[in-house]
Design a protein around this ligand. Structure first.
Ligand code: 6PG
Length: 243
């Protein structure tokens, strides 16, 4: 489902309504709302939720779809970005915001394992599922078509077992990152991309209209009953033909 908006304001408010609907369904069903966030411009696009009376922040359980392996106060940290943009302005209980364990910055394998165990604690005992089922995963799309830290041509595109993978060769700095794998992304109930600006126009067209090219963003295909959504602006979607 592709939603395109004439300006940032209408994108932000429609995205907020969409997230609130997802939150309501999740809280009614399970008493909690599990969400994964990304970096880039995404946290800023959630500003429509700040101060909104319907948000039940105490029900939110937040993970990162990808994170840079840097200290939490490093300007490159997605956690810092999300904290500055969102968490510092709303009331999510701190223990429900899952940041990386920065005592493990020098051991990527152990850091990724530890983050995977946090997901297992949150999901596996409850649903005994092979993969976690997030209520909502919010993603951005990079200019090369990457999403989370899944980059074009990278070996991790084929990872089908682990929940959390690590890489130390990200083509976009910083090189060390952890990322959700496709099985995790594709088992979510809702995956929503948020992309805006004329700079995205050609890549968005390629990702949506030429999925056979296999760009990382095209490989996001939630399994039933999961649904894929794109929240974009008209500047970004101007060249899309068929989607
Ligand atoms: C990163 C960035 C990156 C970003 C996309 C989309 O991990 O290096 O966070 O993945 O999210 O490039 O960026 P925008 O949403 O700002 O266009």
């Amino acid at each position: 489902i592709l939603y395109s908006f004439p300006d940032a304001g209408s994108l932000v408010s429609s995205l907020a309504s969409f997230i609130l609907k997802a939150q309501k369904e999740a809280v009614e069903k399970k008493g909690r709302f599990t969400v994964a966030l990304s970096g880039g411009s995404l946290p800023k696009m959630l500003s429509g939720l700040i101060g909104h009376p319907s948000v039940k922040w105490d029900k939110w359980h937040v993970f990162y779809a990808d994170e840079r392996v840097v200290p939490l106060d490093d300007p490159d940290s997605n956690h810092l970005l999300c904290t500055d943009t969102l968490f510092s302005k709303v009331a999510i209980p701190p223990e429900q915001i899952h940041a990386i364990d920065t005592s493990l910055l020098d051991d990527l394998e152990e850091l990724a394992d530890t983050y995977e165990k946090e997901l297992i604690r949150e999901f596996a005992q409850k649903d005994a599922a092979r993969f976690p089922v997030f209520d909502l995963i919010l993603l951005g799309m990079g200019p090369d078509g990457h999403t989370a830290s899944l980059f074009p041509g990278h070996a991790l595109l084929a990872e089908d077992d682990r929940w959390i993978a690590w890489l130390d060769d990200s083509p976009k700095p910083p090189p060390k990152r952890i990322t959700f794998t496709y099985p995790v992304i594709n088992h979510a109930l809702r995956v929503a991309f948020v992309a805006s600006g004329a700079g995205k126009v050609e890549m968005l067209r390629t990702v949506l209209d030429e999925p056979e090219k296999g760009l990382p963003s095209s490989r996001v295909k939630p399994v039933s009953p999961g649904q894929l959504y794109w929240f974009v602006d008209d500047a970004a979607s101007a060249a899309v033909q068929y989607s």
